[in-house]
Design a protein around this ligand. Sequence first.
Ligand code: FE2
Ligand code: FE2
Length: 305
Amino acid sequence: MPQRFAQLSDPHLSTLHRVRAKDLLNKRALGYLSWLRKRRFEHRREVLDALQQDLNLDHLDQLLVTGDLTHIGLPAEFEEARAWLEQLGDSTRVALVPGNHDACVAAPWNDTFGLWRAYMSSDKDSGLAPGFPTLRVRGDIAFIGLSTGCPKLPLMATGTLGRVQLCRLPALLDQTAQRGLFRVIYLHHSPLAGEEKWRKRLTDAKAIQTLLVDKGAELVLHGHGHRAHYRNLETRCGLLPIIAQPSASALGLYGADIAHYNRYTVCRKSNGWQLNIEERRYDRASGLCQSGAAQTLQLERTMQQ
Ligand SMILES: [Fe+2]
Ligand SMILES: [Fe+2]
């Protein structure tokens, strides 16, 4: 039976109209100026609402949200984002990983990421230790979440996976491959070395890229660059598509892509998997989503049970 999922990235949905001066005595001040100058015009709630209406979560096995829900990671923004998540869908249907904006500066867990805990959790029977990577299995699909958001110096938008996630991931990829599952990895930053500008890169991209080449996966989804692109990575298990999504709230005013998202349908085949990708793109004139490009990939796999 085909299984369906979708990804929204970088909604940047919070507002900073009521921010207080004392909230801006650190890296957040630069983020606030950026919001004041550009981001509040670029990231629009009506655009995000149009994508959400178009999604129809009832027809999806899982919705992946790949970080940057906030602008400067204030507790009030985390509250606002939690309200958005709750009206988006149940935490068993919506899975989230953090972005660099959410982890702008170090902040108390309970006032920030603790509010999103249910959306960042693994299945209860996953057997995994708390934290990342996370694992959710829906039918034939294993959704593996990685966190790249951690506080960095001012002007830096880099991300880091860190030793713990890089140590845990190989066994998780092996186990899910042995179970014959379609492995979807979702994270905020691109896992490809050299893909992003230096100040926006994943600092341990080389390590995860090497790991992916060795262990394979069936699909990697990320955001962060606010641009859509498609790459292929040759792995020991076969070709691995790596797909970047733009911001789900963007009007595309300053060179970034206008908001869109992809719907994915996965079917098991005798020699691997068939992956259908259907693009849904925001249309400024109508304020609705329209069909964009569509493609079907055949992913040959020989390592499944
Ligand atoms: Fe972003
Ligand atoms: Fe980002």
